[in-house]
Ligand binder design. Structure first.
Ligand code: TRH
Length: 375
């Protein structure tokens, strides 16, 4: 029988926790090998920003085949529910105590961890940890190698991306929908660059704008509203015209399409990292900022697995170290169209290579099949 899933998600900060859980829940709901999918979320307001169909005040609702349960204190003290076959706690958020009381060794209990390209992930992936109630909880690590749980990817994703990218009208329609002006739509249709920026406020954005201004193409920088705490002029003229357009949050499918639409994607956190790779365009990554610069180690580990040459790596390190001078120096070599195309080709080839592996949802189902048989 196809296993059912309970996925528990606490929104700590930002959109990454719910972003990953929502993609996973939808992917599993569409998978022929899984049963009912229930997603427990403690912050439906944040959730609704990336999934506008979600009603922030509903105790339970069904969206895209997923039963969404508002996981608040009242819910936690309500009569415990019958646990699903596979219980996933995202990023070590523990399910409610009363729920755990109803669990037995019939359930597969998974702690879904953050994505990392660091070597140690391979040795920890799939390891059990014995819980005080005698049950085993398994560490499950997404990752970039076959010894990990893989990356989230819908089976038709790259085909949909390819179809979108050969259709310039689809791109312009999307940008028009987000309020990009007719003048800019025309410039973009004539070859101006589109740069997507989803970053933390520590990034040297002014240096990026300046570097774009010294480049031979006009450029439109598209970024979500509210991501940048300081004032930004809407438009600059350094040599070329550089404008910034800030868009309202869109749902995850449109977010993907924005990444497919851009000539350079600068993203942050783990979910956008994966989506920018699948977008197959030139890209830079800013990991979530951690104490003692642990995020810089994460970046280095990921860069070591990436196909990117030194100049691209220098640009990313400079972006993450808030080093505007080094960023500008690297971008001088990377922004000319031929270099940008090479960078794009590298991402495209990497996306094709990574897509050969099982995706995270498939890995979870295979892990269940293997573990279920041995119990
Ligand atoms: O929002 P983030 O910075 O999330 C972070 C990290 O995941 C970090 O590791 C975690 O610890 C911290 O949150 C709590 O970046 P991330 O991971 O890319 O998640 C953003 C999600 O928001 C992603 O699923 C894409 C989605 N999104 C939209 O759907 N529409 C939008 O308009 C935008 C800007 C984002």
């Amino acid at each position: 029988m196809s296993p059912s899933f309970d996925i528990f998600c606490k929104v700590v900060d930002n959109y990454g926790d719910i972003g990953v859980c929502w993609r996973l829940a939808r992917r599993l709901a569409a998978h022929p090998g899984s049963g009912a999918i229930r997603l427990w979320v403690d912050d439906l307001l944040s959730f609704a920003r990336i999934a506008p169909q979600v009603q922030p005040d509903a105790a339970t609702q069904t969206v895209a085949g997923v039963t969404i349960v508002c996981w608040n204190d009242a819910q936690a003290s309500a009569p415990a529910q019958q646990p699903a076959d596979i219980v996933i706690e995202a990023f070590a958020c523990s399910p409610p105590a009363r729920y755990i009381q109803n669990m037995s060794d019939q359930q597969l209990w998974i702690n879904l961890e953050y994505l990392s390209a660091q070597d140690w992930v391979e040795s920890c992936h799939g390891l059990p940890s014995l819980q005080p109630n005698g049950l085993r909880k398994f560490f499950f690590f997404p990752g970039f190698t076959p010894a990990t749980g893989g990356l989230l990817r819908e089976p038709d994703l790259l085909a949909r991306r390819d179809a979108f990218q050969v259709n310039p009208q689809a791109r312009l329609a999307l940008l028009a929908e987000l309020g990009v002006s007719p003048e800019w739509l025309e410039l973009l249709a004539d070859g101006a660059a589109l740069i997507y920026v989803f970053c933390y406020p520590q990034a040297p954005l002014p240096a990026l704008l300046q570097a774009l201004g010294q480049h031979e193409r006009d450029a439109l920088v598209l970024m979500p509203k509210g991501m940048w705490p300081r004032t930004l002029a809407d438009s600059h003229r350094h040599g070329n015209l550089i404008a910034i357009h800030q868009h309202d949050f869109v749902d995850q499918s449109r977010f993907d399409q924005l990444l497919w639409s851009s000539d350079l994607n600068i993203v942050r956190g783990e979910d956008s990292l994966v989506r920018a790779i699948w977008a197959g365009r030139a890209m830079m990554w800013q990991p979530y900022i951690q104490e003692e610069d642990a995020h810089l180690d994460k970046l280095d580990a990921w860069l070591a697995r990436s196909p990117y040459p030194d100049t691209v790596q220098q640009a990313m390190r400079a972006w993450n170290r808030n080093d505007g001078g080094a960023l500008a120096a690297a971008l001088q070599h990377l922004l000319p169209p031929a270099s940008l195309q090479k960078w794009t080709n590298l991402t495209l080839a990497w996306s094709a290579e990574l897509a050969q592996a099982d995706d995270l949802a498939q890995s979870l189902l295979s892990f269940y099949a293997n573990n279920h048989q041995t119990r």
